[in-house]
Design a binder for this molecule. Structure first.
Ligand SMILES: Cc1cc2nc3c(=O)[nH]c(=O)nc-3n(C[C@H](O)[C@H](O)[C@H](O)COP(=O)(O)O)c2cc1C
Length: 145
């Protein structure tokens, strides 16, 4: 069974809702899912999973502090162990969305392998956006290193 990690940070719930939709999609495709906020997540969660979704709200055109905290704490402990691990990024924003570049840049530093275009969501995910997020979760569930 594939193991999918979904790490997110969310101030007011939009990104959490996106993370939960990705988790539902990955579970529906048969994966074991670990869904954690950036503050809760540990480096071992990243080394243990087969694929990871990294998500945040846009905070002044950068990722939010919770996700940054996780990535900072995870960098050295996972170095060399996550090369080419499949990942996808997701971001909710208020009309900007530039913060996606910060997540993708750090993912590149980890040498993760991007397996899908980033999901950029204005505000709270609803309707077709939720469907697309579930499909992203399913794609992560089927991704192989
Ligand atoms: C401190 C702060 C800074 C923000 N900066 C931006 C920004 O630079 N660009 C943007 O599009 N939205 C910005 N927003 C809006 C949020 O990214 C947006 O409302 C997001 O969907 C909130 O997600 P959440 O409910 O998961 O916290 C900012 C919000 C906060 C709280």
């Amino acid at each position: 069974m594939a193991k999918v990690l979904v790490v997110y940070c969310s101030m007011s719930g939009n990104t959490k809702a996106a993370a939960e939709a990705i988790a539902v999609g990955a579970r529906g495709a048969g994966a074991k899912v670990t869904l954690k906020s950036g503050v809760e997540a540990q480096p071992k969660d990243l080394t243990d999973c087969d694929a990871v979704a990294l998500g945040s709200y846009d905070a002044f055109s950068y990722m939010g502090g919770g996700l940054k905290d996780f990535l900072d704490r995870a960098y050295y402990p996972t170095q060399g162990q996550v090369t080419d691990k499949p990942y996808a990024a997701f971001l909710t924003h208020g009309g900007g969305g530039k913060a996606i570049a910060s997540i993708e840049s750090v993912a590149q530093s980890f040498k993760l392998k991007k397996i899908a275009d980033a999901a950029l969501i204005k505000g709270k995910p609803e309707g077709a956006t939720l469907t697309a997020l579930k499909a992203l979760g399913a794609k992560l569930a089927g991704a192989k290193k």
